[in-house]
Design a protein around this ligand. Structure first.
Ligand code: GLN
Length: 307
């Protein structure tokens, strides 16, 4: 298949769509990004990459980082993690409080904010504090991407901490139900730093290749997850990776995926490739508008969906 040509066709077709949607402005630092940008990269088993658009421009990966933290957490805690966080789609916005009250402080899944915050709490208990945990997450990201320079943008994390009421509320609510071990502010702050990791579509697509190959990087042969864990993580991405638009994403794109409010999305074609796409304007569910559409075009043009 001529992947470069397919990406270039998508790039052309997506141009009129780049003005649709709105950037996330509840994190002021994210609203400063030029909203009309677009980039897409695919990485094959061999490491060969094909890209279009601003594939070297760095962006805030935000909730895509929840996949990284969850990879570490299932490796450490295995099934015992599921006492603290479920595996069901939420059908609610990513930062909703209502369901958490009904369900007694156990978040529906690790990809809504409450779930990711509880995963961070578990990681901090294991690694012994905020600094060490963040280092582990950054080092894991450097290992899977092969890019030792990966870092987080502290201005984005600080900006989010200034508008943290809702995430702090989620954490306090979980603490009130006994599903929280560490200091609420420390955990939420570290979670924001994790979300503020910056990557471009090339490094991000390369990093996620392990998820397409049963948890094992096909280039370095390093095993980051076992096959069973990778299967479950992909299933969670398919059912929960786009919050209350997860069904729509599965229906239109047909791949496991994970979005972030920075406008990035990753998608996995099992045994074939990992895809990343970035365009900052979001749809009403907080997922990249043009990014989602580009992935839909990609699976329609190539037939590369899991269905
Ligand atoms: N840091 C963001 C938040 O907690 C991440 C949300 C997202 O990317 N959907 O609100």
């Amino acid at each position: 298949m001529n992947y470069q040509k397919i990406l270039e066709d998508i790039y052309k077709e997506i141009q009129p769509e780049l003005k649709k949607g709105k950037v996330a402005n509840y994190i002021p630092a994210l609203a400063e990004v030029d909203p009309n940008q677009f980039a897409m990269t695919i990485t094959l088993k061999s490491g060969e990459q094909f890209s279009v658009g601003k594939c070297k421009e760095e962006f805030s990966i935000q909730s895509i980082s929840k996949v990284l933290a969850f990879s570490l957490a299932i490796h450490i805690y295995s099934k015992s993690l599921y006492k603290r966080v479920g595996v069901e789609p939420s059908g609610n916005a990513f930062n909703s409080l209502v369901q958490l009250e009904y369900e007694q402080g156990i978040p529906r899944n690790p990809f809504i904010n409450a779930g990711a915050i509880v995963v961070m709490d578990a990681l901090m208990s294991h690694y012994g504090g905020d600094f060490l945990t963040l280092e582990k997450i950054l080092n894991f990201t450097r290992d899977i991407s092969g890019d030792g320079a990966i870092k987080f943008d502290s201005s984005v994390a600080i900006s989010e901490m200034k508008h943290a009421s809702r995430n702090l509320s989620l954490a306090h609510l979980m603490k009130s139900f006994g599903n929280f071990d560490n200091d609420v502010r420390d955990v939420v702050k570290t979670y924001f730093k994790q979300c503020a990791i910056v990557m471009n579509t090339k490094t991000l697509s390369r990093a996620m290749l392990y998820l397409a190959f049963d948890g094992k990087d096909p280039i370095t042969h390093r095993e980051f997850l076992n096959g069973e864990q990778a299967k479950r993580l992909n299933a969670l991405m398919l059912t929960c990776g786009h919050y209350d638009a997860s069904g729509e994403f599965a229906y239109n794109v047909g791949l496991p995926g994970k979005s972030g409010v920075g406008g990035g999305i990753i998608a996995i074609v099992p045994d074939v490739m990992s895809i990343s796409v970035w365009s900052p304007r979001l749809n009403e569910y907080g997922n990249s508008y043009a990014g989602t559409l580009a992935l839909q075009m990609f699976t329609s043009k190539t037939g590369l969906s899991i269905f």
